[in-house]
Design a protein around this ligand. Structure first.
Ligand code: FES
Length: 82
């Protein structure tokens, strides 16, 4: 099971976390990953200084942009689900 969480703290909200959550939900749906990805929203993950929305994948923090969120899902999350 991949533990995936997106920060919805105020700093990340301003950087577009809502759109990233919508996109990840859509991608989980499209790829039928409900039973392989445990997807949550988190309050501030103390990663505000990064450029981009804080995302945690199995405990590792990343900072992602809305523009590259789809690629991030494909390259970083999908391989963990196989
Ligand atoms: S608001 Fe997202 S890490 Fe602080």
């Amino acid at each position: 099971m991949v533990e995936l969480s997106v920060c919805i703290g105020s700093s990340c909200h301003l950087k577009g976390s809502y759109n990233i959550i919508q996109l990840f939900q859509q991608l989980i749906e499209e790829n039928r990953l409900h039973d392989r990805v445990d997807f949550k929203a988190n309050f501030c993950m103390r990663e505000c200084q990064g450029t981009g929305v804080a995302v945690s994948v199995n405990g590792t923090a990343y900072h992602i942009q809305q523009e590259t969120a789809r690629e991030f899902f494909k390259d970083t999350i999908m391989p963990l689900t196989v």
